[in-house]
Write a protein that binds this ligand. Structure first.
Ligand SMILES: Nc1ncnc2c1ncn2[C@@H]1O[C@H](COP(=O)(O)OP(=O)(O)OP(=O)(O)O)[C@@H](O)[C@H]1O
Ligand SMILES: [Mg+2]
Length: 374
């Protein structure tokens, strides 16, 4: 029997695959439960799934007190910003700390004035606070986006991480880049998802996608290392869609595709045909071209009067419909052809067939202007 990809609940989705990584996080939580304090640095490329994994840990930490902090790019210059966030929910335990640590923490967190806090005392204070917080039940501390930790917080957390011994504490740091500060701590490298899970994930986030061309899993292929996006048979750089919207099966999906394409960061566009690479302008021009066709089609549907055709053909309503649709197409295509002459090659040749296709989709998919049925 083939096992399907396993999935667990995530806010807003399902965690796919990641057996090895889940086991590592499960082990970390089990250690903390057994009073064997543990730390794990989860690192990997942007978007590879680190936050999804640390959120898996948060959801698996039954019976734990959980505290979370976030490195924030704009706060990297604010000493102790992230540490303060992490300790906020158990700051009341400060009163159990020895005085020098209490004072150091108060200065670090801006609760009192004084000479710059000694990193050593701050580190000890945080360790003490966490130990107090873990006295009632185990503690999971999650620090996401640790690549943006302010230096002071990173140093204090590393200090703590190296001293978690017989504590019921688990510390998870997720980072794009381990940097010097986190070097030497136990690590979990997050690799890109396997092909099957990646495909299942793609299908799950595009549930309404009908497949504008060959198959739903090969539409948007983003290659961040090459700064490139591949989107076959949608945008033909330098040309309008050929025939009827490049013969797509799904006109609303075809019209929406450039918006999706432009949400990814890339510079080079591979459209699949027509022998030249594209760029973001090509995709934006195509998007505008399709929007102009939609607008123009609606206008023509609103303004071209069917009556004369039905009068002309009397007993032959299908001939009337045919001529009426041709008239709408011609009226809608004319301003678009004018606008894109010299912008998209062969706009004069291909625009009418795409106009017809889009106009029919507006009538039949969107129910606009469909008073006369073909
Ligand atoms: N295994 C997975 N199963 C389901 N969804 C996932 C999985 N991994 C990642 N995702 C989804 O992919 C998207 C990117 O993942 P995530 O935010 O976790 O990446 P990241 O590594 O934290 O990125 P960044 O470096 O930008 O913080 C999110 O929407 C996330 O829910
Ligand atoms: Mg993240």
């Amino acid at each position: 029997m083939r096992g399907g990809p396993t999935a667990i609940g995530l806010p807003g989705g399902q965690l796919r695959g990641r057996q090895r990584e889940r086991e590592a996080l499960d082990r970390l939580l089990a250690s903390a439960r057994a009073a064997d304090g543990a730390v794990l640095v989860v690192y990997g490329e942007p978007g590879v799934g680190k936050t999804a994994l640390v959120q898996y840990a948060v959801q698996s930490a039954h019976g734990f007190r959980v505290t979370q902090a976030l490195g924030v790019e704009g706060e990297m210059e604010l000493p102790f910003a992230a540490l303060q966030q992490m300790c906020a929910s158990f700051i009341e335990f400060t009163e159990h700390l020895p005085q020098p640590q209490r004072e150091a923490l108060a200065v670090a967190f801006g609760l009192s004035e004084g000479p710059a806090a000694s990193p050593f005392f701050v580190g000890l204070a945080v360790l003490g606070l966490m130990a107090e917080a873990a006295a009632e039940r185990p503690l999971l501390c999650v620090v996401d986006d640790a690549q943006w930790l302010d230096r002071a917080s990173a140093r204090a957390l590393t200090f703590v991480a190296r001293r978690l011994l017989a504590e019921r504490i688990a510390l998870v740091l997720a980072t794009r880049d381990r940097g010097d500060a986190l070097a030497g701590l136990p690590e979990l490298h997050v690799e890109p998802l396997g092909r099957r899970d990646a495909r299942a994930l793609l299908e799950s986030v595009l549930p309404a996608w009908h497949g504008t061309n060959h198959s739903p899993d090969n539409i948007f292929i983003h290659l961040p290392d090459h700064d490139a996006l591949m989107l076959v048979d949608i945008v033909n750089p330098g040309w309008p869609p050929v025939c009827q919207s490049n013969l797509t099966e799904d006109v609303p999906g075809f019209i929406a595709a450039p918006d999706t394409a432009l949400t990814y960061p890339w510079k080079h566009f591979i459209g699949g045909h027509m022998g030249r690479l594209g760029n973001r302008n090509d995709v934006a021009t195509h998007r505008q071209y399709m929007a102009d066709i939609s607008d123009s089609s609606r206008k023509a549907l609103d303004t071209v009067d069917p009556t004369p055709y039905f009068i002309k053909y009397g007993e032959n309503p299908l001939a009337a419909v045919r001529e009426y649709l041709d008239a709408i197409t011609a009226a809608a295509a004319a301003p678009v052809i004018d606008k894109y002459a010299g912008v998209l090659a062969a706009a004069d040749i291909f625009t009418a067939s795409t106009v017809f296709h889009v106009m029919q989709s507006i009538r039949l998919d969107l129910g606009y202007g469909s008073q006369v049925h073909p």
